[in-house]
Design a protein around this ligand. Sequence first.
Ligand SMILES: C[S@@+](CC[C@H](N)C(=O)[O-])C[C@H]1O[C@@H](n2cnc3c(N)ncnc32)[C@H](O)[C@@H]1O
Length: 280
Amino acid sequence: MNKTHNIQSDMKTLWNGAAGNAWVESQSLLDQMFKPIEQALVKAAIDSGASNVLDIGCGAGTTTLTCSRALGEQGKLTGLDISAPLIEAAKLQAKKTKSLAQFVCADAQEYTFASNAFDLIISRFGVMFFSDPVVAFTNLHKAANEEARLHMYAWRHPGENGFMTTAMRAAAPFLPPMPKPEPNTAGQFGFADPDYVMSVLEEAGWKDAKLEKVDFLCSFPAEQIEQYNTRLGVLGTLLPELDENVRNKIISVVNTAFDKFISADRAQFTAACWKITARA
Ligand SMILES: C[S@@+](CC[C@H](N)C(=O)[O-])C[C@H]1O[C@@H](n2cnc3c(N)ncnc32)[C@H](O)[C@@H]1O
């Protein structure tokens, strides 16, 4: 197996195991937190006049379902995700809300989409986990029709996203040394480098690719901070494997480290994002 295959099978395992389950469990917290990004994508869908929209790495489907509601009968929405537990949650929500949105459990990098099918492809933090982003975006380009647009959000550099890095930094003294993630590889910050993202999109056939800095003010009830910092991300995956004393020490230290983000009864932070757009 080459390195690309390893990363892809690791990502598939991660999102079908610990990370996928943690996202299902924390769905309402994550949806509150990332509401401003959902609203930006809904506006993009309405403004584009699109009628066939694909949501890549749709997770539990909230963005897909909200766009579907906003576009009404003129809009056909498809959410695609590699994670079976997240797609199951999305389908359940679609059934509950009588939504016509469709959900597919598949790898966006390999899935055989209908050719020229979509006129808008959106994503909220769902495109940074491909082992070979050029292959993935070439596949998405084939699925897009001639007039299609991309409109996606990804994280900028970790140094600009303190809320996303505080848990691991606070916990580091109690954990074995971790390898530093290589730049421009699959992961939360895999699309942080704008030159890299531009080169991926150009190589995959997308035109007029543009990255714009957008800062979103995100918040959620302060009482959910421990769920956020101990269930999600790398720390959320590591904690269950640790000795109880070490785990409790880490939870206490990490909670204290997040005090600076609490104001009144809300946890608040700025999400430093790239708005990534392109046309087919
Ligand atoms: C950070 S989550 C974002 C989920 C959702 N967009 C949201 O905002 O709630 C990233 C998502 O990308 C999905 N993902 C990762 N690799 C993928 C792939 N190769 N194909 C499709 N989805 C993928 C994960 O399963 C996960 O649901």
